[in-house]
Design a protein around this ligand. Sequence first.
Ligand code: SAM
Length: 269
Amino acid sequence: MTEPVSPLSPAGDRHFDGLADKFAASLYGGARGELRLALLDRLLPEMLDLQGQPLLDVGGGLGQLAGWFAGRGHAVTLAEPSAEMLARAREPLQEQNVRFLQAPLQDLPEQAPGPWPLIACHAVLEWLADPRVALALLAGLLAPGGQLSLMVFNRDALRLSNVVKGNLEKALADRLEGKGLRKRLTPISPLTHGQVEAWSAENGLVIREVAGIRVFSDYLRRPPESQAERERLLALEHRYCRVDPHWRLGRYLLYTLERPTHPPQEASE
Ligand SMILES: C[S@@+](CC[C@H](N)C(=O)[O-])C[C@H]1O[C@@H](n2cnc3c(N)ncnc32)[C@H](O)[C@@H]1O
């Protein structure tokens, strides 16, 4: 009998080979994906200091974010380990100023060392076996004064949505993460805000901004039925996405992390 081939990489990460169709349909094909992009369109200019800097997009997936930045004059390097995702990203971006690099985050210190003034890493850390080491690697690629736009899947929101759906046993056992096997889109390493705070501090990164992405939408009993309702929902999401306590239960947490120009001074004797 042949052993089933694991979809996990040697590092234990879930590269998206074999998942591109499902990801495109379920994350970007519907209202949730539209909302995420509409929110990012508003939030990225509010949360980042954008001046056309070169951008490294880590785990760039289907390339929506790369396209957004390239369209605003940034020279983009899209790094992505999955050949299938890269192939899909290339087509819509062929006219844009985007360089493609087939590489996992772990290879970037050699393949795209920078240092970079601007890095994006959206919805990637939760697919890695060791997101803490990954954040350290990202910090090492940032130039002094550089900004990291980091988006992570929020473990606390995953708990709430499981309870809302009636998955009480799973929530009580705190068995929230997926295993990365088959074609499931439940991340293997959902993160908490506390982890992002602690790991940022470990790597000398300062949290400049934080927002919740989809703070209401995933808990609705009735999805919006008209364009007017979808617009009201977007207005509500935008109004409360950076307001305590709402941001804390966003499906994703979006951060601007900065590497300070000068490392903090040691307290003098
Ligand atoms: C949920 S998708 C997010 C794609 C894109 N950043 C976005 O926001 O739409 C996660 C991506 O991370 C990639 N990925 C998985 N392991 C990775 C690794 N070790 N280094 C870089 N990217 C990785 C996957 O192949 C997939 O394209």
